[in-house]
Design a protein around this ligand. Structure first.
Ligand code: ADP
Ligand code: ZN
Ligand code: ZN
Length: 727
């Protein structure tokens, strides 16, 4: 008689586009979504059971057996498996890498989950039979025994009253025992502070969301800076917590989590957890388990929080939905907003995208009737939006890059005890050092870029590849010792501001000043104190923080962004300017913005400033429609990089030739990337545009089967980026 062979399909954390089937030994039982340990080449790997009873793709004799089953019940529920499968298909990315991005490290390593469940204590049978008089010589043991005679108690509770020593003594006597519990779903304890009286616009938005409870609908909340979007979020969440549902709040940046967490914790008496890259592996797994058990009411997290399991998800909110950081920029290049929409569809719950400067993608979705468009057109405080004044820098004598009018207005505000914010999107002291004799500039040896001079750390740093070296004493061209900084970065501006305003404290916010753990939070708390202050920084300032005392915003220099080749540059500049400007006048005092430029007549600046972001974005969208660009067309991008330039071009040319079989897909390229060389490698791109997504995806599926057959594809690193944002 022939033995019945059971094969299962396992998703493994390896970057390969193929299935992995294993034999399930007769003495093992397993469910879909559980982890298993399997042999893989010479190694062993932990994988997730994806399918049972498969017809293996190889002969049964060649199948290797599963070594061990780790979980009794699925760690990856069905809905998450569907989401991950969808993501792997949509981004044409190996499922294994999708899995790696989605699962906490400790789960991937095969740790037993029970070790991470909360520990409790209860009496043993012997303990239950004991009498109080048995403990006459130890009042502490008596108290512990008494407490546990009433009910089992969690370790956290016990540790507040009893020492581990007392616990150990009773364990050693065999009177009490430890056991693991599953966390219970949270209990909502109500509001910790009263909700605000909503404005009419806010009330409309909250009602629309309430009515969508229990159904899948996407909303875009377009609300000018300071219009009270956060209050809308809070009031949409309250009834869900009342109903015992969970809420996921996605933010583009880890830096935004503390402020958001504190506003949410002030409002709700319910467990609110954060999820971001600075958590330890243990903390991540805890968060994962609390989401899964329903113990967490709200989770505030960055991108990958979208892969957390939830027991009863009632709403997803994405704040600053336009922010590019929501897209993963390497490896598995997913967009958290787009996958979150899929997640909401699977969960059958509404999703709310909020921004003062919505992406053209989301505005387009509103136009197409896929999203419901909610708008908050005025500031909640009734305060007017800040006025923007263009300062023409031509033929002006500048002091440290600042015009006389700018300095006067700064002086006025500071004297009145207000805060002034300066935006300069270049960190470091200067973008390069230059030779005063021959014009030589410090360049990165591995990138087609200059190296930034960091005075404080006395280094030249390449902001593209991270390479650092000591500041040279002499020019690399003529040997002259006369090297001087060209241009201005935040470090230099800070130095100059201290000279110009010696009595005013200066707070600098950029990647360098916030590198140390906790630095960001402490700088923010400086800013939240009243009193005159100069705040300067990079695009970090544009990230939705609430700076209550800023009355004047100075945009020192944006001219570089006016002439970019990227078709998204105008949109991004519009968002940046509007967000930075929006930091002014958020408190009681009126705000003003000064925008310094050499090109005050530039159409883009005029459009953004005269018409505001909302009108500007709509005309920009029309232009994308007319020029057949995303979001009106779908874009997929192939990148190739290698130490030599030609083979990259050749590989992409080969791709382009293959694509010609699909006339519905238009090609652009192969082209050199805007940054031609990075970390020693040349970079090329091929853009694929299509009117309809299925046509594009059909081509991609066919192509991905072909590419590995080409010898060149094994020598050159290539990647596919679906819905690429950074060109
Ligand atoms: P946004 O997130 O849109 O930038 P916020 O939610 O931070 O705006 O709100 C800006 C300010 O307005 C906050 O200080 C907030 O407390 C206040 N605010 C919001 N809604 C109201 C309201 N309905 N009534 C009074 N103040 C409000
Ligand atoms: Zn020189
Ligand atoms: Zn470099």
């Amino acid at each position: 008689m022939e033995a019945v062979v059971t094969a299962i399909r396992v998703a493994l954390p390896v970057p390969l586009r193929q299935h992995f089937d294993y034999l399930l030994p007769a003495n093992m039982q397993v469910q879909i979504g559980c982890r298993v340990r399997v042999p893989f080449g010479k190694r062993e790997l932990i994988g997730i059971v994806w399918q049972l009873d498969v017809t293996p793709e190889v002969a049964a004799e060649q199948l290797k057996p599963v070594l061990a089953v780790i979980d009794q019940t699925a760690v990856l529920p069905k809905l998450l498996r569907q989401l991950l499968s969808f993501a792997a298909d949509y981004y044409h990315h190996p499922l294994g890498e999708v899995l790696t991005a989605a699962l906490p490290a400790l789960l991937r390593e095969g740790r037993e989950l029970s070790a991470y469940q909360p520990t409790s204590y209860r009496l043993t049978a012997e303990g239950a039979a004991a009498k109080l008089s048995d403990f006459s010589r130890s009042p502490k043991q008596a108290a512990l025994w008494q407490a546990l005679s009433e009910q089992a108690l969690s370790e956290t509770t016990l540790k507040t009253q009893f020492s581990s020593n007392t616990l150990k003594q009773l364990i050693d006597k065999g009177l009490i025992t430890r056991f693991q519990t599953t966390p219970e779903p949270y209990q909502f304890q109500g509001l910790a502070e009263p909700a605000l009286q909503l404005t009419a616009d806010q009330a409309l938005a909250v009602t629309a969301l309430n009515q969508a409870q229990g159904s899948f609908k996407s909303f875009l909340l377009e609300g000018v800076t300071g219009s009270g979007k956060t209050e809308v979020y809070l009031q949409c969440i309250a009834p869900l917590l009342q109903a015992g549902k969970q809420v996921l709040v996605l933010l583009p940046e880890i830096g935004l989590t503390p402020q958001t967490l504190s506003r949410f914790a002030q409002r709700f008496q319910a467990p609110i957890l954060v999820w971001h890259s600075n958590l330890s592996d243990g903390e991540r797994l805890q968060c994962w388990l609390q989401a899964a058990s329903g113990a967490a009411a709200v989770i505030i997290g960055t991108r990958s929080a979208l892969f957390l399991p939830f027991r009863q998800l009632g709403l997803i909110i994405i704040d600053e939905e336009h922010d590019l950081s929501l897209k993963q920029q390497d490896g598995f290049r997913y967009h958290a907003r787009d996958l979150a929409i899929k997640r909401a569809a699977l969960e059958i719950c509404p999703i709310l995208l909020g921004s003062a400067t919505p992406s053209l993608e989301s505005l387009y979705n509103c136009q197409q009737g896929r999203f419901i468009h909610l708008q908050l057109t005025a500031r909640a405080s009734g305060q007017a939006l800040p006025k923007v004044e263009l300062i023409d820098l031509k033929q002006q004598v500048l002091q440290y890059g600042l015009a006389q009018q700018t300095l006067q207005q700064m002086q006025q505000q500071l004297q009145a005890g207000k805060q002034v914010m300066l935006f300069l999107n270049r960190r470091g002291f200067a973008p390069a050092l230059s030779c005063q004799e021959c014009g030589w500039l410090t360049e990165c040896q591995r990138c087609s870029a200059f190296t930034t001079y960091h005075k404080h750390s006395r280094q030249l740093v390449c902001h593209h590849c991270g390479a650092t070296r000591a500041v040279p004493r002499q020019c690399g061209g003529c040997g002259s010792p006369r090297l001087a900084p060209v241009g201005q970065g935040t470090e230099q501006l800070e130095e100059h501001l201290t000279t110009l305003f010696p009595d005013i404290p200066v707070t600098r916010l950029d990647r360098d000043s916030t590198r140390r753990k906790g630095a960001f939070a402490s700088l923010l708390s400086e800013i939240e104190q009243a009193g005159p202050r100069l705040i300067l920084g990079t695009q970090m300032l544009a990230k939705g923080h609430h700076f209550p005392f800023v009355t004047l915003v100075v945009i020192v220099d944006v001219d570089g962004a006016l002439y970019s080749a990227d078709f998204r540059a105008p949109e991004q500049l519009g968002q940046l300017l509007t967000q930075v400007a929006g930091r002014a006048g958020r408190g009681h005092d009126k705000g003003k913005v000064l925008l310094q430029t050499q090109h005050p007549e530039h159409a883009l600046l005029q459009d953004i400033i005269l018409n505001g972001y909302a009108a500007f974005a709509r005309s920009a969208l029309l232009e994308r429609q007319q020029t057949f660009l995303p979001p009106c067309q779908h874009l997929a991008l192939f990148r190739a990089e290698a130490h030599q330039s030609e083979p990259c071009q050749q590989l992409l040319q080969q791709l382009a030739t293959f694509c010609q079989q699909y006339p519905s897909v238009q090609l652009l390229g192969p082209l050199l990337s805007p940054l031609e060389r990075k970390a020693g490698k040349y970079r090329w791109q091929l853009h694929l545009y299509a009117k309809h997504r299925p046509q594009l995806h059909q081509l991609l599926s066919a192509l991905l089967i072909e590419i590995p057959k080409w010898p060149l594809s094994r020598k050159i690193k290539w990647q596919l980026d679906v819905d690429a944002l950074d060109l």
